[in-house]
Design a binder for this molecule. Structure first.
Ligand code: C2E
Ligand code: MG
Ligand code: MG
Length: 693
């Protein structure tokens, strides 16, 4: 028996090669798993070659590490065959682990084939020595080597399959796995070598024209390292490139999504915008044609948003709009579309089981908005007017539907806001009329179509006149005399109320000056201010100027602001009111009882007068609640040191009751209608004459 020996340097190198080949194989399985299309074949073929060369060269270096006392060589074609077997079995292994699943049976079968392949390579490689007599194999060790080959293959396949996806620390885990796989491959090889016994007098037939000699090991090693490095490098670079591409593709998707979001959504509230709404309306119409059913388009406009925006600034206004958006969405299903289509305008598209369902939904939405909003420490009270257009029925396309819903919304506003209306064909002309009215209103100041009527106020106790309230009238060229409730809203909405209000202030002061000169120096002229004027920066200056121009003491002028205006931003109101009060101007809280007053603010407001809303006075005789409210207001006013005025006094019973409660002054049709200054004066003079008799 010939005794073999090993070059330990080469054994160590063979182990390193085995580990490197394993690592490359694991890396490549990762590549194959993420590659697409033809790249899969490319990576499988390249991987099979690299890994096959690696495994084979481990084996071949291991062979070169083995020395016998006789000359050894390796038959070229048989050696090449062993290389081919290595490449093919590695190719098979790579193909197997790149499958989407690796069930147990397939795994076992794969391990068997791969193990057989590696064993075949090994023993073919041994056969390349062409020994005579043939090599004797120790049965047990031979069997063990086969078992190790199959076992190592099973482990390798399992590891490769598990590690093919990218995960954190994948390189580190792959490194560890590669060491285990390398040791298993080397173990198989050297077990196989240990099984080989060379009888004495053996002769190596491949020494004649086979591969042999010094430097062969280095050649194999260098070639192998080159193949493995190229494969590994390509794989790593490609992985980087792929990651970069994936990053780019991802940011492109994100950018695209953002662009779509921007183009189709309102930036403030994040709700769909007009464009997206149009699209959704068209889709909804198509659905109705195909499947029947119906839908409603609701136009939602906020009442009282503008004053908030003007008084508190855009920042608060924006925040309020956002809150409104959130609240309107509270009650909706995901298939409904809520869009913001203008400053304080929203549109709601809802599919309905039947047209009447729109009614309850609109009522709910109105109710949602009527609840106070808490924005930046302020309680803001607004409401919503909703116009409803139904499809089919109220329009043939998105534009018509929206226009008609808008007209219905105007109708709801006309009915007193904080409510909803269904569209009706008559409303279209209403919208047109409003537009015409606005044009007329713009021209009214220029054409001197405004005038003031004066309604007297009387001392409740002695019946003597104490002044008058100036009430605006518009002599419209077509419609005749128009009352403020027909145009003040429009003037407020368009800002026209500022120049109009200034005119009123001046005209009232001019008139008061006339009366003052006539000797009515203790009278006060009351002028109504709208919320917008109240928030306008120039108000205090305008008042001062009007008083100065007409040589009036400040306390001849009473400014009436409604309770809602005074309370909507109590802090801001306080500043303006304080400035006016410091000037000596008299301040009155109009329509008291209709808003939401905080007692604390009321106490701090520098007001001089409370005007009980005529709504309470009207029902005084029939409604005990109203009587209780009026007495409470009077008591409250007295406790705060305010004058109490009752407006809308129409009957003697009301007059009696209010006087007894302790109201300071009374105003109403019973005592005097609003009328032009000359007739007003005639009545006053007549009254004085009667008193003198
Ligand atoms: P207001 O300040 O509460 O004015 C009182 C309103 O009640 C007046 O209506 C007056 O004609 C009416 N009235 C007076 N006595 C009685 C009565 O016994 N029974 C009934 N049912 N009504 C009575 P008008 O003139 O139509 O004014 C309505 C509102 O328009 C005013 O309410 C005021 O808020 C606003 N307004 C009037 N003039 C101006 C103005 O120059 N500027 C601003 N910003 N608003 C004005
Ligand atoms: Mg008033
Ligand atoms: Mg009033």
């Amino acid at each position: 028996m010939l005794i073999g020996s090993y070059s330990f340097t080469l054994v160590f190198i063979s182990l390193c090669v085995a580990i490197l080949a394993s690592y490359t194989a694991l890396d490549l399985t990762g590549r194959i798993a993420t590659a697409k299309g033809r790249a899969v074949h490319f990576w499988t073929a390249g991987g099979a070659l690299a890994m096959g060369v690696g495994v084979w060269s481990m084996h071949f270096i291991g062979m070169l590490a083995f020395k016998l006392p006789i000359d050894l060589g390796y038959d070229i074609s048989i050696t090449a065959l062993s290389l081919l077997i290595a490449v093919l079995s590695c190719g098979f292994a790579l193909w197997l682990v790149s499958q989407p699943q690796l069930p147990l049976l397939q795994h076992a079968f794969g391990a068997l084939i791969m193990g057989a392949g590696i064993s075949a390579m090994h023993y073919t490689g041994m056969a390349a020595m062409r020994m005579t007599p043939g090599i004797d194999y120790d049965q047990a060790l031979f069997g063990a080597s086969l078992l190790i080959a199959v076992g190592a293959s099973a482990a390798a396949l399992w590891i490769a399959f598990r590690l093919r996806q990218h995960s954190p620390y994948v390189r580190l885990i792959r490194g560890g796995a590669a060491i285990i796989m390398g040791i298993a491959i080397v173990g198989m090889h050297y077990t196989g070598m240990a099984a080989a016994q060379f009888p004495d007098g053996s002769f190596c037939g491949a020494t004649v024209n086979g591969l042999k000699g010094n430097g062969l090991d280095s050649l194999v090693l260098i070639t192998t390292l080159a193949v493995l490095s190229i494969a590994l490098l390509t794989s790593i670079l490609d992985a980087r490139l792929e990651a970069r591409t994936a990053d780019l593709a991802h940011s492109l998707t994100v950018a695209n999504r953002e662009l779509t979001q921007l183009a189709l959504h309102d930036t403030l509230t994040g709700l769909p915008n007009r464009m997206l709404l149009d699209d959704r309306i068209n889709q909804a119409m198509k659905k109705v044609h195909e499947q029947g059913g119906c839908f409603a388009l609701m136009f939602i406009d906020l009442d009282g948003f503008k004053p908030v925006n003007d008084a508190f600034g855009h920042h608060m206004g924006d925040q309020l709009l956002r809150e409104v958006g959130v609240r309107l969405r509270e009650d909706l299903r995901s298939l409904d579309t809520l869009a913001r289509i203008g400053g304080d305008e929203f549109a709601l598209l809802v599919r309905l089981a039947e047209p009447n369902d729109a009614l309850s939904l609109a009522a709910r939405q109105v109710g949602l908005i009527a609840r106070p909003f808490r924005v930046a420490e302020h309680d803001l009270q607004i409401s919503a007017s909703v116009g409803i257009a139904l499809y089919p029925g109220n329009g043939l396309n998105a534009q018509e539907l929206l226009m008609n819903a808008d007209a219905a919304m105007y109708h709801a506003k006309g009915l007193g806001k904080n409510g909803y209306s269904f569209f009706d064909a008559s409303m279209n002309s209403n919208a047109r009329k409003q537009l015409q009215l606005l044009q007329d209103l713009r021209a009214a100041l220029e054409h001197s179509q405004f005038s003031l009527h004066y309604q007297p106020k009387f001392d409740a106790a002695n019946g003597r006149p104490v002044g008058a309230e100036a009430l605006l009238r518009w002599q419209h060229p077509l419609h005749g005399m128009m009352m403020p409730d027909k145009f003040i809203d429009l003037a407020e909405k368009t800002g026209l109320i500022i120049p109009i209000g200034e005119w009123v202030l001046n005209e009232a002061c001019r008139q008061m000056r006339e009366w003052y000169v006539l000797g009515y120096t203790d009278w006060r002229i009351a002028v109504n201010l709208s919320a917008l004027q109240f928030c306008h920066a120039g108000l205090v200056q305008s008042v001062a100027k009007a008083l100065a121009t007409h040589h009036l003491p400040a306390n001849s002028l009473t400014l009436e602001i409604t309770e809602t205006t005074a309370m909507s931003d109590a802090d801001a109101s306080m500043t303006v009111l304080q400035e006016l009060s410091d000037m000596g101007v008299d301040l009155s809280i109009d329509d008291f009882g209709t808003g939401y007053s905080s007692l604390m603010y009321l106490k701090r407001l520098p007001a001089n007068e409370l005007k009980i809303d005529r709504g309470f006075v009207r029902d005084l005789e029939h409604d005990s609640d109203d009587a209780a409210i009026v007495s409470a207001i009077v008591a409250l006013g007295q406790a705060l040191g305010l004058r109490i005025v009752a407006e809308g006094v129409e009957t003697g019973v009301q007059q009696e009751f209010l006087t007894q409660l302790g109201c300071d002054s009374l105003q109403g049709y019973l005592l005097g209608h609003p009328m032009p200054a000359d007739r007003f004066m005639q009545d006053i003079v007549r009254g004085e004459a009667r008193a003198a008799v």
